[in-house]
Write a protein that binds this ligand. Sequence first.
Ligand code: 13P
Ligand code: SF4
Length: 311
Amino acid sequence: ESKDIDYVAEIKRLKKEKNAVILAHYYQEPAIQDLADYVGDSLGLSYKAAETDADVIVFAGVHFMAETAKILNPTKKVILPDLNAGCSLADSCSAEDLATFKKKYPDHIVITYVNTSAEVKAISDLCCTSSNAKKIVDSVPLDQPIIFAPDRNLGAWIQKVTGRDMVLWDGACIVHEAFSMDKLLAVHKEHPKAKIIAHPESEAHLLKIAEYVGSTSGLINYVKENPANEFIVATEVGILHEMQKEVPNKILIPAPAKENNTCACSECAYMKMNTLQKLYSCMKHELPEVHVDEAIQKKALLPIQRMLEIS
Ligand code: 13P
Ligand code: SF4
């Protein structure tokens, strides 16, 4: 594509022309968030996808999010700027491996985090996101044992807040495991009044010192409502764009990452595969499109619908 294209203007024009809706996650680059019709966390994005009357859903996020939108809207066209925008959590849990794992625990029901493939959802009983995980787990009768997959950190945190004993899958998010505790404590020493807040995909030792643990929208709401003026934010750095808009006068410090990380803070390389140019090109050509096998879609819809009903 030519360098002379005004991507912002063209994306706005294509959105109208094609009756498309752009749904973006908080981890997308700021320019993409600013063009979106809705920016939200995984749960909010699922609700928006479920209720949209647009003809084309343009998903500015990662593959499992676009796939969830497609499962909810099988007759609509769902496009994603880059099909390779994956997720280390979704990659950690194949449907084959989960099926084998389930056989070891035949009495357990399976709750999977929404960060999974359609095939994994198709063999799950319930879905959850980080904002409703507690509610979903609490909805299960106490005598019913649970397998929780694939995020071991979110799972361990939910075990702590619900008091439930669950069988955890051993997956993790590469972004939320990249924070350096030493550097974080050093930053906190320089800003002793700052409140540490974290996404539950972070490791237990970080969650232990966090004043608040929550989903991306939970973190934004906390910063808005809490009277403190300074926050150290342990999640993907893209969230700071929307957060700073909400609290223009507060100081927001991204939690520092370990030495060998690609950036000083934590960036999700998958989320950042989407660019303005790719967004424009995908809207122009209505490609690449996200497809889900019909039989899988029907089965994967059930745990998502149950989740949307409970939360
Ligand atoms: P949220 O549901 O909190 O937006 O989290 C999604 C995600 O991928 C976190 O890494
Ligand atoms: Fe997946 Fe982590 Fe990226 Fe979220 S931040 S999309 S969990 S790899």
